[in-house]
Design a protein around this ligand. Structure first.
Ligand SMILES: [Zn+2]
Length: 313
């Protein structure tokens, strides 16, 4: 996308979002008061500029957006009821729109920025951890690419296409994989992710810690043996480091296939989160929970547009 197009796209979203605030809220409040139960799961990653609109692309190494995230948290708390998905699917007789927050990958800024705000407003959330990463300076593949693009060592259009295709379920081109691998030695030794003490602190404060596999490999691309290895290692590590289970799970890159349901059941996963956007109903499978991707920098208007556009799914 050209820079001008991305600026216009961003400005349009903000403008429409601003105009949409009132009408969108009225619409969603109607949902809140309906006599069927609806679960809306919002999905966050980190608080860097990079994962936001392309024109705001900044350093992956610095985090921000505290003030805006607090606005989102306050607004959600004011208008909607929060629910633990376990209650929603198993016991709830509450009707109307209910909200739950999730954070994927286990970024260090989740404890620094999200945690104090979630704790202050008493909001329910789950954090999905890639279990071979805490305690190391390892980076996820997509972060390596983002950093290499922002430092102009990788070409941006090609890299964005590779990330986009991956999320659509297409395996990356081996030549591109090699190019990224060859540049790995140029990455800074900077800890991007939480360590086990920080994750433990979240758990002690009542937040749910879930699995995001052991190495963030999309299950869909793995052989049956490799799938078992990912799940075994994730379950063992979560048990030994946190004395926890993996009843909550998020599919890496949102990718799964028909065999994943039985795999989840075998490992005690009760709630598995996808990146398919939409609202969830109690009669749908809790092993394919839909989520709406939100950036910490989204204005309330943009958040409302995202909710509105996905409310029919
Ligand atoms: Zn992830």
């Amino acid at each position: 996308m050209s820079r001008l197009k991305s600026i216009l796209n961003y400005a349009l979203k903000e403008l429409v979002g601003y105009g949409f605030r009132l009408v969108g809220l009225v619409y969603l409040l109607k949902f809140r008061n309906r006599n069927t139960a609806v679960l809306v799961v919002l999905n966050y990653h980190n608080f860097s500029d990079y994962s936001n609109y392309a024109i705001r692309r900044g350093s992956l190494l610095s985090s921000g957006h505290q003030a805006n995230f607090e606005k989102q948290a306050k607004w959600l708390k004011k208008h909607f009821k929060f629910v633990n998905p376990a209650n929603f699917y198993e016991h709830s007789t509450d009707n109307g729109l209910q909200v739950f927050l999730t954070f994927d990958d286990g970024y260090k800024d989740n404890i620094e920025i999200a945690f104090p705000i979630l704790d202050k407003y008493n909001l329910l959330a789950a954090f999905f951890i890639v279990s071979n990463i805490p305690g190391s300076n390892q980076w996820l593949w997509h972060d390596k690419i983002r950093y290499l693009v922002s430092t102009t060592r990788l070409e941006s259009a090609k890299s964005e296409l590779a990330l986009k295709n991956l999320n659509l379920g297409k395996e990356p081109d081996p030549l591109f994989l090699k190019e990224v691998k060859d540049l790995e030695s140029t990455l800074p030794h900077h800890r991007l992710m939480m360590n086990w003490d920080e994750i433990q602190r979240l758990k002690q404060h009542g937040f749910i810690i879930g699995s995001h596999t052991h190495t963030h490999s999309p299950l869909k691309f793995l052989s049956p043996e490799k799938r078992i290895e990912e799940m075994d290692l994730s379950r063992q590590t979560m048990a030994s480091k946190l004395n926890g289970d993996i009843s909550f799970f998020a599919y890496p890159n949102g990718l799964y296939d028909d065999n994943c349901h039985s795999l989840m059941k075998e490992y005690g996963v009760k709630y598995a989160f996808t990146t398919n956007p939409g609202f969830n109903r109690q009669n749908e499978s809790p092993l394919e929970i839909k989520r709406i991707g939100i950036n910490a920098s989204d204005s309330i208007g943009v958040l409302l547009i995202k909710l509105f556009l996905n409310s029919g799914k």
